[in-house]
Write a protein that binds this ligand. Structure first.
Ligand SMILES: Cc1cc2nc3c(=O)[nH]c(=O)nc-3n(C[C@H](O)[C@H](O)[C@H](O)COP(=O)(O)OP(=O)(O)OC[C@H]3O[C@@H](n4cnc5c(N)ncnc54)[C@H](O)[C@@H]3O)c2cc1C
Length: 572
């Protein structure tokens, strides 16, 4: 018999968005029972690896201003951001930075004691508020510590959510597996917030944690909620080889630069003013163009790359401001950035797309919100500026936490009757279909082929043939008989969880490729060599994808919200 637990608010995900939402909800109504569910331990959420900074305007008396942050975000997005959403982000983030400071966040400081900010790509002013080069780690510590002060927040660590329970368009809860016992549960509540983060593990060369798979996106997708703008995948210019671990943009913010095999600082040809601090889509394209023109280096593994030079910054500054990436370079590339340039290559780093939501983070279901990287409220449009994501997590963590709390408070005395059929079907899908599946193909080989296909066919530069081939490949992998689990243990079965993740990865990879095929233009991070120009007449709109059973997604479009800024050509 499946056990049912009952709460007032369910938050799936304990990254920055989930923790911030929990605090917002818990402080709004102290008698609400809030559960934070996470498939990993809190501090293993990918947010802990954010390195470079959180963008905010702190010092308008020094020449910066909110309007400029809004415009930089919209221009960075290649005019696909919903402009009211970008305005909300920028107007709300300064108070979040101060709030974190009050809760004990060890922001790096200027000599006069005020919070310091560093330069980041695509911004007109130094706006990345930072804590050395470990901003996510310290933000997570601060938020988790604050959560522990509330008696009404309960953590369910290592609980894997598998589906959304709903009655029509009304949210009712989630089905979950408690990984430790292997037991299957229904957890019900009138209000839920999905904070399951990004899905960048659908690519092989990726900066993401191994847990960054699209099961959260897929839960919403299977329940009938649209995924939006999934073709827009950000490739960060500086992933180290061979692992793909990130060297923060903060390294370029501090003055590091990129060189080609002629020793040339090549970004001056592509972005004369901003150079290496142009937005990520621009820098990554420039790097691949250099490589294609024979001016790259060969890494020992045979992979083409360029070099990031920090040597001129000097030992003292590197040790003070970039200690984390120095350690990463030594441990994972065998290079001490104090002494020599480090080999880098564009790497999958962020998904601009996610679960379709509005200015308030509300989804198409009543009682269900989404915050953080799992969401697509269209803050970042076709290309996110660095440091704007942790900002988004904090701002929409707060917004959705408060809204969910008000909603749950109103529904406090109403009962939730779940449709037995729904969780029985879900049990059948995961236990009969996957756990006791009869597939004979190795699921880990399916995963490797899928992620390599995404690397090869949907990277920085794309074209019709590659994308169509990639889609055929993913569909053929879906068709293969691979669903099975070798380890039949009930308790703590990571093999089972991995195979469940692979199932969601295939569905979401298909959505990314479909979106990329349909968008016959180049905008932001989506660059088609067969349609090299941005086409505002036909494609100044968001992509929507709805689940349509085994047939693959049903595609549609959604309008972009404009307030004050007309699209112009992006120059840096
Ligand atoms: C290496 C790296 C460096 C970065 N640096 C910066 C930076 O300097 N500045 C910046 O602004 N942005 C940065 N980003 C981006 C930013 O860190 C992320 O977008 C953001 O932290 C995502 O937070 P989140 O709360 O949405 O999700 P995450 O932190 O990814 O957390 C996801 C949570 O969802 C849970 N979860 C997922 N699926 C399930 C499931 N099925 N059941 C239960 N739980 C589930 C996970 O356990 C986890 O707790 C960086 C990203 C990376 C990868």
């Amino acid at each position: 018999m499946t056990e049912t637990l009952s709460y007032d608010i369910l938050i799936v995900g304990s990254g920055l968005a989930g923790l911030r939402a929990a605090i917002a909800a818990a402080s709004k109504h102290k008698d609400l029972k809030i559960a934070v569910l996470s498939k990993v331990q809190v501090m293993r959420s990918h947010s802990v690896s954010a390195e470079g900074g959180t963008a905010a305007v702190l010092y308008d008396n020094e020449g910066d201003n909110l309007e400029s942050h809004i415009y930089d975000t919209i221009k960075g997005s290649d005019f696909l951001a919903d402009q009211d959403v970008a305005e909300r982000l920028v107007n709300s983030i300064p108070k979040e930075i101060i709030q974190l400071d009050r809760w004990g966040m060890p922001w790096s400081r200027r000599e006069n004691g005020r919070i310091d900010q560093r330069k980041f790509g695509g911004y007109s002013f130094p706006r990345a508020t930072y804590a050395q080069d470990k901003v996510g780690f310290y933000e997570m510590q601060t938020l988790y510590d604050t959560c522990l002060k509330f008696d009404n927040i309960s953590f369910f660590n290592e609980w894997f959510c598998t589906s959304i329970l709903h009655e029509g368009n009304n949210f009712q809860g989630f089905t979950c597996i408690e990984m430790k016992s292997g037991d299957f549960y229904n957890i019900v509540a009138p209000a839920g917030i999905i904070c399951t983060g990004g899905a960048g593990r659908i690519f092989s060369f990726s900066t993401y944690a191994y847990s960054s798979t699209p099961d959260g996106l897929d839960m919403a997708f299977r329940a009938g909620i649209a995924l939006k703008d999934m073709e827009f995948v950000q490739f960060h210019p500086t992933g180290i080889l061979p692992s793909g671990i990130l060297i923060t943009e903060g390294a370029r913010g501090e003055g590091g630069y990129l060189i080609n095999s002629d020793g040339e600082r090549f970004m001056k040809k592509y972005a004369g003013e901003k150079l290496e601090l142009a937005p990520r889509d621009v820098v990554s394209r420039s790097m691949i163009t250099e490589i294609q023109n024979g001016r790259g280096f060969k890494h020992i593994t045979g992979v083409d790359c360029l070099k990031l030079d920090l040597t001129h910054l000097g030992e003292e500054r590197i040790k003070e401001k970039l200690a984390g990436i120095r350690e990463i370079g030594i441990k994972f590339s065998g290079v001490d950035v104090i002494n020599e340039p480090i080999e880098v290559r564009p790497v999958c780093h962020y998904m601009m797309g996610g679960i379709h939501s509005n200015l308030n983070g509300a989804t198409e279901f009543n009682g269900l919100w989404v915050a953080g990287e799992a969401s697509c409220n269209s803050t970042h449009g076709a290309n996110r500026l660095g440091a704007n994501s942790t900002s988004e997590c904090l701002v929409w963590g707060t917004i959705t936490g408060e809204l969910a709390a008000s909603y749950a408070q109103k529904k406090k005395n109403s009962s939730i009757n779940i449709d037995n059929q729904q969780y029985l079907l879900e049990e059948k899908r995961i236990y009969d279909g996957i756990f006791r599946g009869r597939g004979d193909v190795n699921p880990y080989e399916i995963k490797k082929t899928m992620t390599d296909t995404m690397d090869a066919k949907a990277y920085v530069y794309r074209n019709e043939n590659d994308l169509a081939e990639g889609l055929r490949k993913i569909r053929s992998l879906k068709e293969l008989s691979w669903k099975h689990v070798n380890d039949q243990a009930k308790e703590y079965n990571t093999n089972f969880i991995n195979v469940m993740e692979i199932d969601s990865m295939l569905r979401v990879a298909e959505v990314v490729l479909m979106g990329a095929l349909n968008r016959r233009e180049s905008r932001g991070a989506h660059s088609r060599i067969d349609y090299p120009v941005r086409d505002d007449n036909n494609f100044l709109k968001h992509t929507l994808a709805y689940y349509d059973g085994d047939k693959g997604p049903r595609m549609g479009w959604h309008p972009v919200v404009f307030t004050r800024y007309a699209p112009v050509e992006r120059k840096y």
